[in-house]
Ligand binder design. Structure first.
Ligand SMILES: [Zn+2]
Ligand SMILES: [Zn+2]
Length: 260
């Protein structure tokens, strides 16, 4: 399985996952033109995508889906409440390519499981993608990690986990009070400390690749996410060169290809 982040953060989220049979995106929060150009760098034709799985209806996750679905007839997968909200918000006009799912579904032979996350959207989800050999979980835009979420992601070999903000930087930063409260809440975004503690637990449970994403450019920095995670891992006697691969993906930057 291959994973590449095309962009990660509040200015747009889009992740590419490729198996032997299938080419998918998780979210399409950047323009179709950018998706096409970034995929071309990976020698992938945008028209060959088998689908886009939507986590929730916020614009940084759905910005490109209207043009993508109409221009290239790419199926868009979302749960019913999210699909409805996408149409109400006018972020997709044509219903033809919208595929609604309950909880789990197949795209070719790839099994996609969704699980509930805590975020201020109508029915936000994370995903676990399994191709029969290996799996990846994607969990961003959640104010907390419940036991249910943890159980859903812990069996994956690779986990993309949100590490949105440093709590002190957020509290002392320029955001309005209500925005700060929203981000800090249970239905906001995950802090560096919460992400690092979850990562420690995941590595202890056998997860081999931890990729941090949806990092705030105002209330965080990439180096801090990485340093903080390593600090926690060392505290719990994890050998960060042997037991796990840790990385941070960035906004508007094509990440390296993770093969696992
Ligand atoms: Zn987001
Ligand atoms: Zn969101």
């Amino acid at each position: 399985m291959k994973f590449v982040s095309l962009s990660s953060g509040s200015s747009g989220n889009c992740y590419y996952i490729e198996t032997k049979s299938t080419k998918l995106l998780i979210d399409a929060g950047i323009s179709t033109r950018r998706i096409k150009n970034e995929l071309a760098k990976l020698q992938v034709d945008v028209a060959d995508l088998d689908g886009v799985c939507i986590t929730h209806e916020h614009i940084d996750h759905v910005y490109g889906i209207d043009v993508l679905s109409r221009t290239y007839q790419i199926p868009i997968y979302a749960n019913v409440l999210t699909a409805r909200r996408i149409f109400e918000n006018g972020h997709m006009k044509d219903t033809e390519q919208m595929c609604c799912f309950q909880k789990s579904f197949l795209i070719k032979d790839v099994k996609i499981n969704s699980f509930e996350i805590f975020h201020d959207a109508v029915c936000p989800v994370g995903y676990t993608i399994e191709d029969g050999q290996t799996s990846i979980s994607v969990l961003t835009d959640s104010g907390c990690i419940t036991e249910n979420m943890y159980q859903a992601i812990k069996k994956s070999k690779t986990v993309l986990l949100e590490s949105n903000h440093d709590v002190e930087m957020l509290k002392t930063g320029p955001y309005p009070y209500l925005t700060k409260q929203r981000i800090l809440s249970e239905v906001g975004h995950l802090s560096n400390v919460d992400a690092a503690q979850t990562a420690v637990r995941l590595v202890k449970d056998g997860v081999q690749n931890i990729i941090f994403g949806h990092v705030s450019s105002t209330n965080n920095c990439y180096e801090l996410v990485y340093k903080n995670a390593l600090h926690y891992m060392r505290m719990y006697e994890i050998d960060v060169h042997k037991d796990v691969h840790v990385d941070v993906v960035r906004k508007n930057v094509l990440s390296r290809s993770y093969i696992f």
